[in-house]
Design a protein around this ligand. Sequence first.
Ligand SMILES: Nc1ncnc2c1ncn2[C@@H]1O[C@H](COP(=O)(O)OP(=O)(O)OP(=O)(O)O)[C@@H](O)[C@H]1O
Ligand SMILES: [Mg+2]
Length: 237
Amino acid sequence: MPVITFANTKGGAGKTTAVLLLATELARKGYRVTILDADPQHWISRWHEISGNVKNVSVIDFVTSASLPLHISENKANTDYFIIDLPGARNPLLATAVGLSDHVLIPIQGCAMDARGGAQVLELLQYLDEKAGIKIGHSVVLTRVNSMVTTRALQLVKALLNERHVPVLDTAIIERSAFRDIFDCGGTLATMDATRVSNLEKARENALCFAEEMMRKLPVKLPVAARLSGLLMRDAA
Ligand SMILES: Nc1ncnc2c1ncn2[C@@H]1O[C@H](COP(=O)(O)OP(=O)(O)OP(=O)(O)O)[C@@H](O)[C@H]1O
Ligand SMILES: [Mg+2]
C-alpha cells in the first residue's frame, strides 16, 4: 500500500485540492484510500463530514508527526493507498511524512513563490539521497493551470524544472470551478450535477487522467471483486 505525500511549504499551492481529486478517483476505481489530514485548515475532514459515507474513502484528522507512523501501521490491512495532506508551511511533519512515503508529489502553480516552496521539498529529498542514500520517488504536479493560455510564468517554471531534471507529471491540474465547488457541496466529481457546474465533464477527465498517471507510477493490484465494484461504480456515475 503505497504512501503518497503532497508537499509544498508555500501555502495555497493546491495540495488539498489535488489530494481530494486523487483520493476520490482512486476510490472510484475500487481502491481503498485512507487520507491522513495534517492540514491545519482541515478541509478534507470537513469535506468528509458534509459528504457522509464516500465509498472506499477513510479520513483521519488531527494527524501529527508523532501519530503519523501509527496511523499507517494500524490501517495497513484496510488500505490500498495512503494519501497525506501536509500543512503549507515548514513543519516537522514534512520530514516524517517524506520519510514514510513511496512517492512525494509537489504541487506547483506557475509562479515563482510556489516554485520556491517546492524547491524546499526538493532540497530535503536531495539531502536524504546524498547524506543517507535514501531515494524517494517524487514528481512535480503543475496546478491551477489555465486551460486556454500558457502563461509566461508557467513557461518559466517548466523551463526551470526541466533544467534541474525534476520529474514533472504529464497531467497538469487545470483551474476548474468544479475543483473548488466539491469542498462546498461534498461528494465527488461523479456525484456533482453537470447542469450546475461549468465544464464538469472536462474536470472529471482531468482528475481521472491525474489518478491514472499515479496508478501507473505506483501500481496496486486489486482483487477481482474490487475491480468489478470499481467498474460498476463508474458505470453508475
Ligand atoms: N485546480 C484548481 N482549480 C480551481 N481552484 C483551485 C484549484 N486548485 C486549488 N484551487 C483553489 O486554490 C485555493 C488553495 O488551494 P488548496 O487549499 O488546495 O491549496 P493548499 O496547498 O492545500 O493550501 P494550504 O497550504 O493553505 O493548505 C483554494 O481556494 C482552492 O479552492
Ligand atoms: Mg491544504
